[in-house]
Design a protein around this ligand. Structure first.
Ligand code: 5AD
Ligand code: SF4
Length: 516
């Protein structure tokens, strides 16, 4: 947090606001309360100042009883980063004395941790805010908050101010640690509390967390993204790239291992950039993975990797095996050079295929998955077909496919587009058919094989059946004693379904790890 932001905790709005919108929205406000809205223009800036590491974070004693006798519910949308932020907010709320509830009709604090990546993600959230209107009418004391990526967008904040008076607080992705102050302000205030910093703050190390389970854990290794792919809102909503210090990450992973966690996922918007901003040391993701592979935790995943800076060192470390799983999620977005160029992806089809060849040479058995955007402005049929042919050439095991969605403030939003929506949708269907064929083929190949499955608990459909994932992230259902929940077990696959595998339990797997 910089000094300016620190001071801005509670601001006199009249002194701060000078935009035209202020006049438009002034009627909704009691200006004595916190109003610090986002600015996409500021969010785009990348300052040169060094990141500060704050290890002294503490929740002020005066806030600690705030949640006594009160409950909270957090609804999470979007990616793993948001899921992990929810764990931090749950940690802060728990430290304040709140207890969790699943019941929206009784929760005293309801937070919507939102995703801005595509328009339909945003529409879902607006629908949910609308659904909560009756809650606020019936229980005016209940506090409703909107946080996460959407709250970093000016247009969203303005829309909420104008049309969703049932919201009490809007706070940004860089303001999570200020939740106690924001809550206090919301309790005291009759007006909506808006606190969204557009500029990222410090890396704060010791925020409390309540993790969602005791088997798998998320570990942030870096925050933000500086890639600015032309369609993407993330560099605006999550700020500049900031890596955590290796010693802090390693200590967190060691601690998770001591607690018995079986799997961790190293998280970042582009984990391959890890370490580039650490000026005093030469230390990248490959080095971090090498260090983490020495820790006695059975499985380590990482996401998401930008193909641009996937280094040979990383390939080498993943290929060594150990606890780093042989599954690489490598978003390609398009198979056509021109589209890739306009997307600002900074690699060509050939670069991508060359990287895949290097990965496969080192790990012939690797599972590759990807993300693809269909219907980029002006994408031609031929360009789209190059995406299909690239998919086949790589032989991905699965893909997340998306229709391009225009995001305000991104360079792509200014592009004219001559592709009708119907054409885009039809292309997406064709791509999805191909993805389905390859996914089924990948699953079918497991029939008769024995795989190692991290058993997570009962399956979603049947309480008597257990479920878990293989190293390559395939969902496996099987019957076994409940005592194997949380363990890695051997399962013989008997049948491949469309999205999952059915198997027979053999026994608890032998540990693969050697602790160094
Ligand atoms: N429209 C559609 N898909 C998008 N993604 C990111 N931004 C957009 C957008 N504006 C997709 C990319 C990315 C994934 C997380 O979401 O494929 O890899
Ligand atoms: Fe968005 Fe590109 Fe950054 Fe991924 S690498 S978060 S797609 S800008």
């Amino acid at each position: 947090m910089n000094e300016e932001q620190r001071k801005a905790g509670t601001i006199d709005v009249l002194a701060q606001r000078d935009s035209k919108e202020e006049k438009d929205y002034s009627k909704y406000f009691n200006f004595e309360h916190v109003y610090q809205p986002p600015s996409l223009k500021d969010a785009k800036k990348r300052g040169k100042e060094a990141v500060q590491y704050n290890r002294d974070f503490q929740i002020d004693e005066k806030y600690r009883g705030m949640g006594k006798g009160r409950t909270f519910l957090i609804k999470t949308y979007g990616c793993q980063m948001n899921a992990h932020d929810t764990e931090v907010m749950a940690g802060i709320l728990t430290a304040l004395g709140y207890t969790p509830t699943e019941d929206v009709n009784t929760a005293d604090v309801i937070l919507l941790n939102t995703c801005a990546i595509r328009e339909n993600a945003e529409n879902k959230v607006f629908g949910e805010i609308g659904n909560l209107k009756h809650i606020k009418q019936e229980r005016p004391d209940c506090l409703i908050g909107v946080c996460g990526c959407m709250s970093q967008e000016e247009s969203v904040v303005n829309k909420i101010l104008k049309s969703y008076q049932n919201v009490d607080m809007i706070f940004g992705t860089h303001n999570i640690h200020r939740l106690p102050q924001i809550l206090e302000e919301a309790y005291l205030s009759k007006a909506m509390v808006v606190e969204v910093w557009s500029k990222e703050g410090d890396v704060i190390e010791n925020l409390p967390k309540v993790r969602q389970g005791r088997i798998k854990a998320w570990v942030n290794i870096m925050y933000g993204c500086d890639k600015f792919c032309t369609y993407c809102i993330v560099p605006f909503t999550r700020g500049k790239e900031r890596s955590r210090r290796p010693e802090d990450i390693i200590e967190e992973v060691r601690d998770l291992a001591r607690q018995g966690y079986q799997e961790i996922t190293l998280l970042g918007q582009n984990v391959n950039s890890y370490g580039k901003d650490l000026e005093d040391i030469e230390y990248g993701l490959g080095d971090l993975m090498a260090d983490i592979s020495k820790i006695d935790i059975p499985r380590v995943r990482f996401t998401t990797s930008h193909p641009w800076d996937f280094t040979d060192r990383m390939i080498e470390v993943i290929a060594e095996g150990g606890n780093i799983v042989p599954h690489i999620h490598l978003p390609v977005q398009s198979g056509n050079d021109q589209v890739l160029k306009i997307m600002g992806r900074k690699y060509t089809r050939e670069n991508y295929l060359d990287l895949v060849a290097r990965i496969k040479a080192a790990m012939p058995d690797v599972a590759l998955t990807t993300d693809i955007i269909v219907g980029y402005p002006n994408e031609t049929e031929e360009q789209f077909e190059e995406t299909l042919s690239l998919y086949e050439e790589v032989g991905f095991e699965h893909a997340y496919t998306y229709l391009y969605s225009q995001r305000d403030g991104t360079p792509a939003a200014k592009m004219k587009d001559n592709v009708p929506t119907e054409v885009k949708k039809e292309r997406l269907q064709r791509l999805n058919r191909l993805v389905g064929e390859y996914s089924s083929r990948a699953l079918k190949a497991y029939e008769g094989e024995t795989v190692r499955v991290l058993c997570e608990g009962a399956s979603k459909k049947d309480d008597e059946v257990l479920a878990g994932y293989t190293e390559k992230n395939k969902l496996v259902n099987f019957r076994a004693p409940k005592s194997v929940i949380g363990k890695i077990v051997d399962v013989k696959i008997v049948e491949a379904k469309q999205y999952s595998l059915n198997g027979e339990f053999i026994g608890v797997s032998e540990p693969m790890m050697v602790t160094v």
